[in-house]
Design a protein around this ligand. Sequence first.
Ligand SMILES: O=P(O)(O)OC[C@H]1O[C@](O)(COP(=O)(O)O)[C@@H](O)[C@@H]1O
Ligand SMILES: [Mg+2]
Ligand SMILES: [Mg+2]
Length: 340
Amino acid sequence: MKNNNLTLGEFIIENQKHYKYTSGEFSRLLSSIKLAAKIVNYKVNKAGLVDILGAAGDTNIQGEDQQKLDVYANNVFMQTLINREIVCGIASEEEDNYVTIKGKHGTNENKYVMLIDPLDGSSNIDVNVSVGTIFSIYRRITPIGTPVEQIDFLQRGNQQVAAGYVVYGTSTMLVYTSGHGVNGFTLNPAIGSFYLSHPNMSFPEDGKIYSINEGNYVHFPQGVKDYLKYCQEEKDDRPYTSRYIGSLVSDFHRNMIKGGIYIYPTSSIGPKGKLRLLYECNPMAFLAEQANGKATDGYKRILDIKPTELHQRVPFFCGSKNMVDKAGEFMAKYPENANY
Ligand SMILES: O=P(O)(O)OC[C@H]1O[C@](O)(COP(=O)(O)O)[C@@H](O)[C@@H]1O
Ligand SMILES: [Mg+2]
Ligand SMILES: [Mg+2]
């Protein structure tokens, strides 16, 4: 991939030979995501000044209290994608079921569906800590021009045609893959364009950072407890450093740049963990593998898991290849815990 400070649009054109579909479709798709991200970014940056903080007063299908920014971000991405008819269906963390996009003339000839976590890191919204958006794109399975069906969304992660995230942090970045590596683009807010700032992003094979909510330690499976003990003992290049932001996107992004592992395991609170397979684990796993990293549920590759429902949760171990492998060695000592 060339790197001469291209805008995102120029980058797509320069690399269109990599796309399984015409760069025009992909370019329009990403430009819709860019537009929605800029609108959400504007609100995130004003969060303390406009009435966008706090709880929205509703709960989503997961039973989680929706934050106003959760709902706002969901509406922005849904409306942008629906108005521009860029995809034929969307499934969102904040929507009970998937949404068919019929198009102005009643049918939609588009062949892609999108799954989205419109606002990741909800617990950080009111405390001015970075949050993100995660998206995943598949080619539909059902015939083009017909209403989408659940099977269009319940595809294995290894079928994704593209995935990415936006991180609303010290700067706003869009990071994505279409199956040919991972590239990061930084928003220049003065002119509203995303510029290639992190070409060919790649996880260091090893790292010294582990990201996990140790407040749930008593509920962790024994394999995770053993791995944490390994990380914390004084030997070789250990003890490692603990860094946990509470936004998957931000922890992932830092670990990809510096090396590290993010773990959200099963616990007695959540027998299948907390993160959702379709719009959190699969897109982040696709990005991780494209950046020479790894992503498992502690035992098997995330991208090979056959989804059974839209909002299903899975345990998530993701980051530097050698760290995910080491954690897997500890988990493998307890095969009885693998039956999730
Ligand atoms: O507060 P906990 O239980 O450690 O969970 C934090 C994790 O939950 C999440 O916020 C889940 O994502 P949502 O905010 O989209 O629900 C992750 O971003 C984050 O890593
Ligand atoms: Mg999330
Ligand atoms: Mg969310």
